[in-house]
Design a protein around this ligand. Structure first.
Ligand SMILES: Nc1ncnc2c1ncn2[C@@H]1O[C@H](COP(=O)(O)OP(=O)(O)O)[C@@H](O)[C@H]1O
Ligand SMILES: [Mg+2]
Length: 1023
């Protein structure tokens, strides 16, 4: 890096600062501990808060030096105070710029997949043409991913410390990216993230607050609050600054006035060892004192620099101050010597932001406006005075600060166009909001920016969509619609209505269909076929249980064919496939609907319509899963995710594919995989909306429930319930939650609570009219509650419980009669319901002695069991076998019972299904049935920690054992992933679960423990 001519090179200065860090031993130790844990491969982040001047930056920079000398690379980026003009991704841009300076652009490119920096170029124009166009949400996800990849690459060679300073000023994009990185830290080892922020700036509605709160919940995030220095440390700091012991009075006065804030201590100490004689009136005066001691022309330059922002380039400062190189250097030198300014990059920064603020606040009103105008003009005349890509936004900021409405409006408009390239929708939205705000103050606004008011609104609507600000989007589109005449501009109106309906849909509001229907009226095919197809497709993509006319999809198909638009034709075919599969919402592999989907996918593939290809996979996996084709469903979702570059798209439109993958994996009993996929999808904070989040929590909660972790299951349930609270009703979201609610109530509160939950569900939902795909699982869960109640009521002579069971059983039967059965999955649920219902009925009829079981009941349970067996679902198979065994015993068939229990026991063990396993064991004990059958099949690892005979309750699943073996062999997550055909993310989730179960902190310890337990000895049965 070369400094511009005349620029000051750092020189000895800083008599006003202490050369050594005073105090802070504890906080330093905490940072070092975090660093150690990162070196061992764990994720770690530290949030360091404290008031301005208390020493956050100093602590971090001293720590960074230690880390660097221990071999770490340190990357630091600061957030800037630019108000709403916040430069998108400012701290990350700074980090990247340093990296490019250090390594060169080519080396940075080689860190990325495909060796292209087109995504990162959005952060740093020096990297070349950014890839514009495409879906902004995807572009953003890709950018985030590239940053993650780049960091991952860097950590391969040495540990990495990423410092984000002054996060209280972070723009929204930076906040999102930061959240994303910390949330995904588990997938990179060797990265420590340190974030500093001014805690005294965080007023009640400060946007950093919710972010800190949510990060705080992450296990590897530590929060440190830096307090002021103690009396003793204050004296020591004075010694360090002065070079000699201050006398007692001075030390006392210093502590009294500074209250232990190091910045104030520095400001209070004159270089001659005196404390300023007069008590400064305010903090500002205190900070200004060091400035006022400087020569007048130096002070003038400082005033100019204070308007330039956190740091100002040398050449820009020269241009604005009107000084030539030599004169500027002369004027700046005393400020650097007095430690008021620091050389920074190609220019200068104030030693502390508070000093800059004090100088800036001290400007006279006219001077303030004039300076900012001069900055704007100078940048306009020579954009190269600011880093590439920054001119527009810097100018917008300066014109706005200069209170020049016309130029502020123009500047904001231009900067908004720029922000679009940086994938920073939130910033674009706030710039456009400023244009709208200033509109009335600028008489000829439309001419000046060559766009009318509605056009600005339309841009803002698009930005609101990209930024996920749906409420705002509704308000903006409504006000645009008010200004337009549908008769004159039908297509424009229709497009706004489509957007508004989309916002409403995202918010889960029910009235979104009306907008689409209105739009349809304005745009007949002869006005615009393309727009009409869009409206029709949006209409026909409405949730399946809202009765939308099939004719919409058919008309869209016809229009798309007429227009020769294959991408849209493919979309229409998908919709038709869904219609054809209705009302069972399931389709067998070689059925008509799946044929249509294949046709649509091939067509979309040909046209390169990747979103439609993904949509095809969503439909395919959805319908296959409904038909009980779990393997195929999981595979369809997995393949699409993999093909679509899982790292990028699974986090946007592909996330619903995570649900469609986790669901069948759950059914197949591959619970760890289902958990890993859910956790990975939930970890990506670019969450896919409340509905998919809720479903992932339901799946997670179901595993936790089955494994006996009831507290954790309740937490999942609450989270899912919270996510769905304000969302439009749909069977496919609410009913899986209702099923979990019933089962969890049964597990935690017993049969009475289970019954209550079942009847509440029937009160709340019109189950008989629900989609049978989602209705049957609820009905069968409720039947288990009835059965449990009936079984308990007899022995305890509880007539009330019996009567309640009877009522719920009757209601359930009415519902079940109305539900149709499509495909083997729904039939298996129906058979299970029938068996449970018959079982409960005989217990109730025979109250209190228990009724007589006959061969019919045993056959009913057996039939249900064989249906589940055919579907490959171990959990319901185990459950129905257990009940069948019970029925067999009641019929006096002990051998039959033994045979069924011996089949069920290993299923439960393999799943780690605790409660099921216990019930099987209890029944077996009661009937004196031996479970292990001598072949060891019941002694799976999960149930009894039998691996290696260590006798420890390790509760490792088979998959975890496989992963552990590879960990013990020293493999990385990536290598494990390759070997086991799973994603590195999944591998990392397994690894952290394994560490948790083994109670160890690192891979090394895990390997040691595996060894000491002889887990993988050749003699061990599981090795
Ligand atoms: N523990 C310390 N020992 C010595 N000097 C310190 C210490 N803490 C802060 N300082 C000095 O006080 C000034 C303000 O600290 P700084 O880290 O910039 O504050 P913050 O980042 O919290 O606003 C700096 O000049 C810094 O060098
Ligand atoms: Mg600081």
């Amino acid at each position: 890096m070369s400094a511009p001519r005349g620029m000051l090179i750092p020189e000895m200065s800083g008599r006003a600062s202490s050369p050594v860090l005073v105090g802070r031993a504890e906080q330093m130790a905490a940072l070092e501990a975090a660093f150690v844990s990162v070196r061992q491969g764990g994720p770690s982040a530290v949030l360091l808060g404290g008031e301005a001047g208390v020493g956050k930056s100093r602590l971090v920079s001293d720590f960074s030096r230690t880390a660097a000398s221990a071999g770490a690379r340190v990357l630091t980026g600061g957030c800037l105070e630019l108000g709403t003009d916040g430069l998108p991704f400012a701290p990350f841009t700074a980090v990247l710029r340093d990296l490019v300076h250090e390594m060169g652009a080519d080396a940075v490119a080689s860190m990325l997949p495909g060796r292209t920096t087109r995504g990162l170029a959005r952060l740093l124009p020096e990297l070349g043409e950014p890839d514009t166009g495409g879906d902004p949400a995807e572009a953003r996800a890709r950018l985030f991913e590239e940053v993650l990849r780049a960091l991952e690459y860097l950590t391969r060679h040495s540990p990495l410390v990423l410092v984000i300073e002054d996060a209280h000023w972070a723009d929204r994009s930076s906040r999102d990216l930061l959240t994303f990185l910390i949330g995904n830290q588990r997938s990179l080892s060797g990265l420590l993230i340190v974030v500093t922020y001014r805690s005294d700036e965080l007023h009640r509605t400060h946007p950093l607050r919710p972010l800190l709160a949510s990060l705080d919940r992450i296990a590897w995030v530590e929060r440190i609050e830096l307090q002021r220095l103690t009396r003793q440390d204050t004296s020591e700091l004075a010694v360090r600054i002065l070079g000699s012991e201050p006398d007692g009075d001075l030390a006392e006065a210093l502590y009294h006035r500074s209250e232990g804030n190091p910045l104030f201590i520095e400001a209070l100490l004159c270089c001659d060892g005196e404390i300023s004689p007069e008590l400064p009136e305010s903090l500002r005066d205190l900070l200004l004192e060091s400035v006022r001691r400087l020569p007048e022309d130096t002070q003038e330059v400082l005033r100019v620099a204070s308007a330039g922002g956190a740091s100002t380039g040398h050449l820009l400062l020269a241009a604005v101050s009107g000084l030539d190189d030599a004169a500027l250097t002369r004027a700046v030198r005393p400020a650097v010597t007095a430690n008021v300014l620091h050389p920074s990059g190609d220019g200068y920064a104030f030693r502390h932001e508070l000093i800059r603020e004090a100088v800036h606040d001290d400007l006279l009103p006219g001077e303030h406006g004039r300076l900012h105008s001069r900055f704007a003009e100078a940048i306009d005349a020579d954009p190269a005075l600011v880093p590439p890509g920054r001119a527009a936004i810097e100018m917008a900021h300066h014109w706005h600060s200069a209170h020049d409405s016309a130029w502020a409006l123009i500047g904001a408009w231009r900067a908004a166009a720029q922000a679009g390239r940086a994938v920073a929708a939130a910033e674009r939205l706030s710039l456009l909001a400023r244009v709208l705000e200033l509109w009335d103050q600028v008489p000829d606004a439309a001419e000046r920016i060559d766009a009318d008011h509605v056009h600005v609104l339309e841009e803002a609507v698009a930005a609101a969509d990209d930024a996920g600000e749906f409420e705002r989007g509704i308000a903006l589109s409504t006000s645009a619609l008010r200004q337009l005449d549908p008769a004159a501009e039908p297509v424009r109106v229709a497009n706004l209505l489509i957007r508004r309906s989309h916002f409403k849909l995202k918010l889960g509001r029910k009235d979104y269909v009306a907008d689409l229907e209105e739009a349809l009226e304005y745009v007949p095919a002869d006005v615009s076929a393309a727009t009409r197809i869009d409206i029709l497709l949006s209409l026909s993509h409405c949730p399946p249980n809202i009765t939308i006319e099939r004719s919409y999809a058919e008309e869209a198909l016809a229009l798309a064919r007429e227009a020769g638009d294959e991408a849209k034709e493919a979309g229409a075919l998908l919709t038709l496939a869904m219609f054809n599969a209705d009302p069972g919402q399931q389709a067998a592999p070689d059925s008509g609907p799946l044929g249509l989907i294949t046709q649509a996918r091939e067509m979309a593939d040909r046209r390169g319509a990747k979103d439609v290809v993904l949509l095809a996979a969503v439909s395919e996996s959805h319908l296959l899963e409904g038909a009980g084709e779990h393997e195929r469903a999981a595979e369809a979702a997995r393949r699409a995710t993999a093909d679509a570059d899982p790292q990028l798209l699974a986090r946007t439109s592909g996330t619903v594919l995570a649900v469609n993958q986790a669901e069948p994996l759950f059914a197949l009993g591959r619970w760890d995989d289902a958990l890993a996929i859910s956790a990975a999808a939930l970890d990506h904070f670019l969450a896919p909306g409340p509905m998919n989040r809720a479903l992932l929590h339901v799946i997670t909660g179901s595993v936790r429930l089955a494994r006996g972790d009831l507290d954790a299951a309740s937490r999942s349930l609450m989270t899912a319930r919270g996510a769905l609270r304000s969302v439009r009703y749909e069977d496919q979201h609410q009913l899986p939650l209702a099923r979990l609610e019933i089962l969890l109530a049964l597990a935690t509160g017993g049969p009475a609570a289970g019954l209550a939950a079942a009847s509440q569900t029937m009160d709340r939902f019109e189950l008989g009219g629900s989609s049978p795909r989602y209705g049957w699982p609820v009905v069968s869960a409720a039947a288990f509650a009835v059965l449990a109640a009936a079984r308990l009521a007899g022995p305890s002579h509880d007539e009330r419980l019996r009567d309640e069971a009877l009522v719920v059983a009757d209601r359930l039967r009415t519902v079940a009669e109305k539900l149709e059965k499509f495909g083997p999955e729904q039939r298996a649920f129906a058979l299970t319901f029938a068996a449970a219902d018959a079982d409960a009925a005989r217990l109730i009829a025979g109250f209190p002695d228990g009724g007589h079981a006959d061969a019919g009941l045993l056959a009913a349970w057996d039939e249900a069991a064989s249906a589940w067996d055919g579907l490959g679902e171990p959990q319901p198979l185990g459950e129905t076998l257990l009940h069948a065994a019970e029925a067999a015993l009641a019929c006096g068939e002990r051998d039959g019972a033994a045979e069924r229990l011996q089949r069920a026991a290993p299923l439960a063990a393999r799943l780690g299904a605790q409660s099921l396993g216990e019930q099987i064991a209890i029944l077996a004990r009661r009937a004196r049935i031996r479970l292990d059958g001598g072949d060891g099949s019941g002694a799976a690892v999960a149930g009894d920690g039998g691996a290696g005979g260590g006798g420890l309750e390790l509760r490792l699943t088979e998959r975890e054992l496989e992963v552990l073996r590879l960990v013990a062999a020293g493999r990385s997550n990536r290598e494990i992933a390759g070997e086991l055909f799973i994603s590195p993310k999944t591998a990392s989730v397994h690894v952290s679960n394994i560490l948790g179960k083994l109670g160890v902190a690192s891979r090394g310890e895990a390997a040691a423990k595996a060894h000491s337990l002889r887990l993988f000895d050749p003699t061990s049965s599981t090795a």
